[in-house]
Write a protein that binds this ligand. Structure first.
Ligand SMILES: [Zn+2]
Length: 271
């Protein structure tokens, strides 16, 4: 059986006017519509992360020939106002990973990028999109760099985000590591908390041989125009900022733990 490797796309915000320091993390509503129309026009079938994991890792069934998984990290309110209507219009579904401690508040962790006041989804909005078939996944409670905090605090944060979300929408099976950071210890903690998968950020197309607790996603950036998006779907995406290997990741983690990194180097890691 030849198992397909659908692209797992990672969006953050769909918005027009953002601070230039945040621009890579926001696609305009027009560009987002162009991306989704391209998917629909090419006959892509969207799966939630949960559906993708069930097909690929549990049932081991081949996926429809043109499958795609669309994900949104953080839980910005613009998912409800700007992204969701476009998804609906194109009969596409998605998974939204919510940092539960910020629900109904603002993105205060983004203050360094001049975007600390972005409205986040409210609980009623989360319930509304969930009841319409959007999958809600957990993204931690406080949006911490989980690999830099004590194990017990990381475990609490992971479990707390699951409980908070489940109180609103029922069973939550998918997790996404805040900032994309994970370790083998964190993968085990996420599994122990009862999730069936975890998404990372690897700027790579997903492989079915990979660990379902470290699913690779490609970041769709503000600069990903229609041509770049089409290339990305074909797997021709070349990462602008390749993720470091294990050794360099460890060194980088030590720097982050010490709190010594300058803002400029932190920007691409901030979400
Ligand atoms: Zn995030």
């Amino acid at each position: 059986v030849t198992l397909r490797r659908p692209p797992l796309l990672l969006y953050h915000s769909v918005a027009d006017a953002v601070d230039p320091r945040f621009a890579e993390w926001a696609v305009t509503p027009e560009l987002f519509a162009a991306h989704m129309e391209l998917l629909a026009g090419e006959g892509y079938c969207a799966l939630t992360v949960r559906e993708f994991v069930e097909h690929t890792f549990k049932q081991r069934e081949p996926l429809p020939p043109r499958s795609v998984v669309i994900t949104f990290d953080d839980g910005f309110a613009d998912f409800h106002s700007l992204a969701w209507p476009v998804l609906r219009r194109n009969s596409l579904t998605a998974t939204v990973f919510v940092a539960t401690g910020f629900v109904g508040r603002t993105s205060s962790w983004l203050a360094d990028l001049g975007e600390g006041d972005r409205p986040m989804l409210s609980w009623p909005q989360i319930e509304e999109v969930a009841s319409a078939g959007i999958e809600l996944g957990a993204h931690g409670h406080r949006h911490l760099q989980l690999d830099t905090v004590p194990e017990s605090r990381a475990g609490w944060d992971i479990a707390r985000s699951k409980r908070a979300l489940e109180a609103a929408v029922g069973t939550v099976s998918s997790f996404a590591f805040p900032h994309g950071y994970y370790t083998s210890r964190l993968r085990r903690q996420v599994a122990r908390a009862g999730f069936s998968s975890a998404c990372a950020v690897k700027d790579a197309l997903s492989s079915t041989r990979e660990d379902r607790f470290a699913l690779a996603r490609v970041v769709v950036r503000g600069s990903t125009d229609e041509d770049a998006f089409a290339r990305l779907l074909r797997g021709e995406h070349v990462s602008a900022a390749p993720r470091a290997g294990p050794l360099r990741r460890g060194a980088w983690r030590a720097v982050r733990r010490a709190g010594g990194e300058p803002i400029a180097t932190r920007i691409r890691e901030l979400l």
